[in-house]
Design a protein around this ligand. Sequence first.
Ligand code: HEM
Length: 130
Amino acid sequence: MDGQKNGSNSLYEAIGGADTVSRLVQAFYPKVQADPSIGPLFPEDIDPVMEKQTLFLTQFFGGPPLYSDRYGHPMMRARHLPFPITPERAEAWLSCMKRALAEVGLDQQLQYAVLERLKGPAHHFVNTDE
Ligand code: HEM
């Protein structure tokens, strides 16, 4: 799965680069852990997940390919197959992300752009109805 192209037009640059991605991930995972629908899918030690997500979102938004450099092809849908991802859980994930984007204080248009960019993958990772 490719992010936007690299360079000054990328969503990565527009949102403020590494600092914003890092703050977004920091804001996102406490919400994920507190969510009754998706929290239990995640390990208690969330730090490694946060680290991977930081690398992945950097590349997904069009920044440097940090995730692929370390872990190879993202194959994100395949990496999510061990976890039962229902449509409800995809919505819960997006809801956590929406609130994290607001908390980070991006301007409204960028919040919207980021969320729109993540909706496709979130629904694409759905792998079960129940
Ligand atoms: C649709 C709802 C989603 C759920 C319920 C979900 C859940 C999970 C879970 C349980 C893990 C594994 C944690 C572990 O290491 O044990 C994971 C890993 C990960 N997720 Fe998601 N996820 C969702 C959507 C997304 C989306 C939309 C993205 C990014 C576009 C994403 C990016 C990642 C990344 C980068 C990892 C780490 C992969 C690795 O192990 O290298 N996830 N997710």
